[in-house]
Design a protein around this ligand. Structure first.
Ligand code: BGC
Length: 255
């Protein structure tokens, strides 16, 4: 077991990549705080999820675009398990809209959840880790779009580009406390965020044309890299982005 008795907070942990990470961490022996957003049915879903774990876990409702909710969640993790070792900033949204039509409201909504939230949780989490005497892991689930453009998704790409520099800066600043900071940049993974594409054969075919590996990724494939980065084996790994994209970022000029 890679993560025996470690305490981890994972945001957006009841679906897609976040759920796969929470499941994997629990199976590796971690105590997981399964964060879910306020939405009817989510509380029951999260409770069922943690009931299936063999380690003690906590389901926690929090809007992770707000400081007060995030700080409450960190406090709850510490009061329940006595410490905090791992933070996974996973929750995120995307809105498809041509740049010329993007509203302020849309911009702020995406930025609040995808960029401000990870800033606050990384800060609150790192403060706790430092107060415990140091040591810890911060992992951001960014996207291949922390690096490559995605037309009609400007706020999303800007938030992910921001997360790239947040990670690199924190990796340098927090190294003295032995807190490592890394990003995982998934490509097209079969999760609810890609539901529309997966349900449309033409869109699926277009997406597959851009993926040398010839298929969508699975959430579990992202979770296995997260488990490595969260483990002691990754002791010397900090300040990097790990692409899990079937080669998507290796753009080929086709003309
Ligand atoms: C986006 C997906 C997209 C994938 C590859 C992800 O970050 O959330 O919508 O399919 O990147 O472009």
């Amino acid at each position: 077991m890679k993560l025996k008795d470690k305490v981890a907070i994972i945001t957006g942990a009841t679906s897609g990549i976040g759920k796969a990470i929470a499941d994997r961490f629990a199976s590796e022996g971690a105590h997981v705080v399964v964060n879910y957003r306020p939405k009817p049915g989510n509380s029951e879903k999260a409770s069922q999820q943690i009931a299936s774990y063999s380690t003690r876990a906590l389901a926690f409702e929090a809007d992770v675009s707000e400081r007060a909710s995030i700080e409450k969640m960190v406090a709850a993790a510490v009061s329940e398990f006595g410490r905090l070792d791992i933070v996974v900033n996973n929750a995120g949204i995307e809105i498809e809209r041509p740049f010329l039509e993007v509203s302020d409201e849309e911009w702020h909504k995406v930025m609040a959840l995808n960029f401000y939230g990870p800033f606050v949780l990384s800060q609150a989490g790192a403060r706790q880790m430092v107060s415990q005497g140091g040591g810890g892991k911060i992992i951001n689930i960014s996207s291949v779009h922390e690096d490559i453009p995605f037309p009609n998704y400007t706020p999303y790409c800007a938030s992910k580009g921001g997360i790239r520099m947040l990670m690199r800066n924190l990796a340098v600043e927090l190294a003295r406390y032995k807190i490592s900071v890394n990003n995982i940049a998934p490509g097209a993974i079969a999760t609810p965020i890609n539901q529309q594409v997966l349900e449309d054969p033409q869109k699926t075919a277009n997406a597959l044309e851009e993926i040398p590996w010839g298929r969508f990724g699975r959430p579990e494939e992202v979770a296995s890299v997260a488990a490595f980065l969260a483990s002691d084996e990754a002791e010397y790994v900090t300040g990097s982005t790990y692409y899990i994209d079937g080669g998507l970022t290796q753009q080929v000029t086709k003309y």
